[in-house]
Design a protein around this ligand. Structure first.
Ligand code: AMP
Ligand code: FE
Ligand code: FE
Ligand code: ZN
Length: 276
């Protein structure tokens, strides 16, 4: 295949995406993507189905995960690509994060109730269908029940970072997260740095062992991508890119809106081999 392309940041119903892993792979095949990475928040449960579907539909599936850390007062997301998703230590760590998400969501629901919104924890659980729960599920419930007109409004007015009903969730430290990813044979990449605009944080994380930057992301200008490519080059880091597709969970289906040339995947693989 000529001009092989990849989208290395995609969510499934295992976290807050609305497409099942199999459906994600089907959409990727339809969009002519050669390679995708499944990067659900705090879970690897979608990976086996995606890998099987990838075999069936001839799409290369890279196992990944997206973890959040707090750094200098900001929430930063770190992708682990090529992780050993079957590893028991990894699965136990992720299980703990998902359990902590449950108590945190109950606290958010309690706050919303104080603001007059009649939302039940079970409604969020129902929407998550056994996957890990997050604020995007809650935002959908708030919209369905007419408390907000859009998902954006739910975040901007109520549950976004530092808003009245926001409750932080338990996170590993950035050192722990980066080291966990590496111990699992994965490559650590800072996700969507353009949403953060804090190069000082990236430089901190590089000192802690960060391997790469997601320089290509949805809705961004050429200048922004160039900025992060240059930063990666200056610090000898890998470059990746992905759409952060959440199925229909966000405004539109983003899969394929970012297509990085396959050479970036090859560089990741070479780097990974050199780690062993
Ligand atoms: P949580 O993991 O529960 O803290 O929720 C964070 C998730 O909510 C992110 O992964 C996004 O999917 C989603 N999210 C965060 N901020 C926004 C926003 N402003 N608009 C839409 N979705 C958002
Ligand atoms: Fe998400
Ligand atoms: Fe993210
Ligand atoms: Zn994501």
């Amino acid at each position: 295949m000529k001009n092989k392309c990849a989208d290395l940041h995609i969510h499934t119903t295992a976290s807050d995406g609305t497409f099942s892993p199999r459906r994600v792979v089907r959409e990727a095949a339809k969009k002519g993507l050669h390679t995708i990475a499944i990067t659900d928040h705090d879970t690897v449960q979608g990976i086996p189905e995606a890998i099987q579907a990838g075999r069936d539909m001839n799409v290369e599936v890279i196992p990944g995960v997206e973890l959040a850390v707090d750094e200098r007062g900001s929430e930063v997301h770190i992708l682990g690509l090529f992780i050993d998703w079957e590893n028991k230590t990894l699965q136990d760590t992720l299980k703990n994060l998902s359990v902590q998400r449950v108590s945190r969501m109950k606290k958010i629901v309690c706050k919303l109730t104080q603001f007059g919104m009649n939302i039940k924890f079970e409604e969020i659980l129902g929407l998550a269908k056994g996957g890990i729960i997050g604020r995007l599920h809650l935002a959908h419930v708030m919209k369905k029940k007419g408390y907000v007109e859009s998902i954006a409004e739910a975040f901007n007015r109520h549950i976004g970072d530092r808003k009245a009903c926001y409750v932080p969730r338990y996170k590993l430290s950035s050192e722990e997260t980066i080291s966990l990813i590496h111990r699992m044979g994965g490559v650590s990449i800072i996700a969507h740095p353009m949403l953060l605009r804090r190069d000082d944080i990236i430089i901190d994380l590089i000192k802690k062992g960060l391997c790469g930057i997601e320089a290509f992301y949805n809705h961004q200008s050429k200048e922004t991508a160039e900025h992060y490519e240059k930063l990666a080059k200056d610090y000898g880091l890998l470059v990746t890119g992905g759409s952060d597709c959440h199925g229909e969970g966000k405004d539109r289906i983003l899969m394929g809106s970012v297509r990085i040339p396959y050479k970036y995947v090859e560089r990741l693989k070479e780097y990974r081999e050199s780690m062993e």
